[in-house]
Structure formats: C-alpha cells, structure tokens
Ligand binder design. Structure first.
Ligand SMILES: Cc1cc2nc3c(=O)[nH]c(=O)nc-3n(C[C@H](O)[C@H](O)[C@H](O)COP(=O)(O)OP(=O)(O)OC[C@H]3O[C@@H](n4cnc5c(N)ncnc54)[C@H](O)[C@@H]3O)c2cc1C
Length: 383
C-alpha cells in the first residue's frame, strides 16, 4: 500500500519545526553565516523544543521519533539555514552507532547524558589521508591491559570543537582492512583529546568543522561500541540511516531557494513584464519545483524502507546523490533568476548556493554514491 499522507503527529512535528525555523533561525541565519560562529543559543533552544535527539528512544530522554519524522524536521530546519540545521542534526546522526549497537550501560550513560544534560556529539571517521576510502583509516586502537590506546587525527569533524562526546572509528589492526575497524565513544575531557584547526568554510558556516586529535588516549573496553572489527558495518549502517536525512536537508535548502527566486521573478520587471513571464525563467522555476518534489520522494522512500527494517542502502545513496546534485542545480538557477543581484551578499540566494555545495561532498561524495548504486545494479544482475 502506498500512502503519502502525514499522520496528525507528523503534521504537528512538521509545523513545530517550521515555526522554530521561522522564529529562531531565519532572523539570525545571515549573521551566523558572516561570523562563522557556532549557534549555541539556537542549539539550546532546539534542545528545549525536542529537536536535537529525535531518534534516541524516549527512555533515555530522546524523542523516540521515526526516520520519516526526522526528515520532516531536517527539511524545515534546513529551509531556515542549512548550516544551523547541520549543527543541530549532526548530534542525532553521531548518536546512531550508540542507539543501534551500544550496550545498555553505554546508552544510559552517554545517550541519557546527551539528552538530559544537553551534551553535544560528533562522528569522527574522516582523516587527512582517508576520506572516501573509509576502510583505509589509520587511527589506531592498541589493546593494553583490557583497555585501548587511541592514536590518530580526524579532520572535517562537524561539531568537532563543541562536542562533549566523540564517536570514533579506529583500527585494531590496519592489515585487516575494514575488518579491523572498531567504534568507540570517547568523552572530550579524556586525557590526550584535543581540538585542532577550525575550518573557514565556503558555506554552512554556522556548523563547526574542526580537526580532532587523539594522542595516547586511554579508552576503557567498556567504551567500545559493538565488537572489535564491527566498526565498518556500524559506519555503513549509520550512513544508511543518515543519508535520507541529509537528502531531506538538501530539499529544505532547495525549497528556500525556489521560494526566494519565485518571489523575485514575480516582482522584478524587464522588457515591460515580470521576468517570471519570460518562458526561460518560468521553466527554470518549474524545473526547480519538479526536482525538489522528486528529491523529497526519494528521501522519504529511503527513510521509510529503513524504518521497515529493510535494506535501504541503494535508496539512501540514490536520495543522497540526487538531492545533492539537485540542490546545487536549484541554488545555481536561483542565483541566475536574480541576475547580478544574485551574485552579491545583500540578497539571500548567494548564501544558499554556497551552503548547497557540501551536500555533494559530506556523508559520502556524489561519486561514491554512484559507486554504491552501480555496484548494487551489478549485484542485482548476477542474482
Ligand atoms: C563541511 C564538512 C563536514 C564534514 N563532516 C564530517 C563529520 O562530521 N565526520 C566525518 O568523519 N567526516 C566529515 N566530513 C568529511 C567528508 O565526509 C569527506 O570530505 C568526504 O567523505 C570525502 O573525503 P575527502 O574529502 O577526503 O575526499 P577524497 O576521498 O579524497 O575524494 C576527492 C575526490 O575524489 C573522488 N573519489 C574518491 N574516490 C573515488 C572513487 N573510488 N571513484 C570515483 N571518485 C572518487 C571524490 O568523489 C572526490 O570528488 C565533512 C566534510 C565537510 C567538507
């Protein structure tokens, strides 16, 4: 059965997130874009509104929300500002390994603390030498008297400078390739953890992106998530859950670009008529609306399938790559609709185009998503 209608609860979640974006995000989005500061105040208000840890079960203080519910929030917050939305959403994304694979003690301690004490989390996978090829990561976890000694550097970590807890992926034996990768939860206050360079980014500037360094950090075995060697599977599962949300964020940003461009096209006159009446502009706007709707459906499908406990890896990759490319195209066209005014910072679409680019990069690049889809096609053929 196919049903695209939202439940009354989902409509309420959507409205609450939309109202939050209107009241708390939109008025300050440009200011945070200029300063590149982390939006502590807004994240605090998002905690109070129950928008930060949606997927964490209620018994640990989270929202107990489903995957599709999360997409509704992601789209609305991102329509307000993609950078601020990322600063909020990364927390629940980083919590996914603990939600899925944490022990009861870990969940009580870390998820409970994150929700009830408003602690922030970050997911540490990428390293200077290892981006797309996650299986080659080199941060080491050496066993030592029932504990682990972590050494290595992570880069491009969202929330890196502000997180209280890091979910860290390291290898217990690099020669094992992806079979050596193991996940850990590491408190920021642990000896040997330090925050490195903060990136000065093109877009999504309100989201904090830094290096995080682990230097002889002692991690108790009780803080290992899952078994040794299970880390790669945990990362991939996490991405299958998070990519539909990232796609929905791209939809929100694209929706905002269409909204601005449509207003402008209906108002701005050239050759005696609103530019909307020139067919090339009207068709550009029509294509934007079409692609946004298609992206939303792909994201919802991927989230729904995951929520049913079905393998959604291909759908998640399709949603992520489609929406990443779509938001880049839509925001670029929005700048085009504005003409010269689109290229200057006094008008809103310039920021939207800068914010869009990273959707083709983080959470697995556009090329990596195509690799995943291509491999799935070949697997299907061989069956
Ligand atoms: C703003 C921002 C926030 C981020 N947040 C986080 C975070 O919170 N946690 C985290 O762990 N990481 C994070 N990342 C890192 C991000 O996931 C990586 O940048 C991304 O996976 C790509 O890795 P890379 O930058 O090393 O590029 P590379 O892997 O070096 O890729 C460079 C280029 O080569 C292409 N390429 C690579 N391999 C292939 C292939 N096999 N086939 C075809 N093309 C290929 C890529 O698509 C890309 O175009 C973030 C990055 C940014 C920019």
């Amino acid at each position: 059965m196919i049903d695209f209608s939202l439940t009354p609860e989902q409509e309420a979640i959507q409205k609450m997130a939309r109202d939050f974006a209107q009241a708390e995000i939109i008025p300050v989005a440009a200011q945070y874009d200029r300063s590149g500061e982390f939006p502590h105040e807004i994240v605090k208000k998002a905690f109070q509104a129950g928008l930060v840890y949606g997927p964490i079960p209620e018994k640990y203080g989270g929202g107990g929300l489903g995957a599709v519910d999360q997409l509704l929030i992601a789209e609305e917050l991102s329509a307000g500002c993609a950078g601020i939305s990322t600063a909020v959403a990364i927390n629940s994304l980083a919590a996914i390994p603990l939600v899925n694979h944490g022990s009861t003690e870990q969940k009580e301690r870390y998820l409970g603390s994150a929700c009830r004490e408003e602690k922030l989390m970050a997911l540490c996978v990428t390293e200077p030498g290892t981006g797309s090829d996650v299986s080659a990561l080199s941060t080491s976890a050496r066993r030592l008297n029932g504990e682990y000694l972590l050494n290595g550097s992570k880069c491009f970590i969202t929330n890196g400078g502000v997180a209280d807890y890091y979910i860290v992926f390291a290898t217990v034996d690099r020669s094992l390739g992806h079979r050596g990768i193991t996940a850990f939860v590491v408190p920021r206050e642990a000896d040997g953890v330090s925050v490195g360079k903060k990136e000065d980014k093109m877009g999504q500037r309100a989201a904090d992106t830094t290096d995080v360094i682990f230097d002889e950090v002692v991690v108790p075995a009780a803080d290992r998530i899952g078994e040794e060697g299970e880390g790669f599977r945990i990362i991939m599962q996490t991405f299958n859950q998070s990519r539909p949300g990232v796609a929905a964020s791209a939809v929100g940003l694209a929706r905002s670009a269409l909204d601005q461009a449509l207003d402008y096209a209906l108002e701005r006159e050239q050759f005696g008529v609103p530019i909307f009446m020139h067919q090339s502009i009207m068709f550009m706007l029509a294509d934007m609306a079409r692609d946004i709707a298609a992206g939303r459906l792909l994201a919802w499908q991927a989230a729904w399938k995951g929520e049913q406990g079905l393998d959604n890896s291909t759908e998640a990759a399709m949603a992520k790559v489609f929406c990443g490319d779509m938001v880049m195209r839509v925001t670029t066209d929005a700048v085009q609709v504005y003409g010269g005014y689109g290229y200057v910072k006094d008008y809103p679409v310039e920021k939207l185009m800068r914010d869009a680019k990273v959707f083709q990069i983080y959470e697995g690049t556009a090329q990596v998503q195509r690799l995943l889809i291509g491999r799935a096609l070949a697997r299907e053929k061989k069956r």
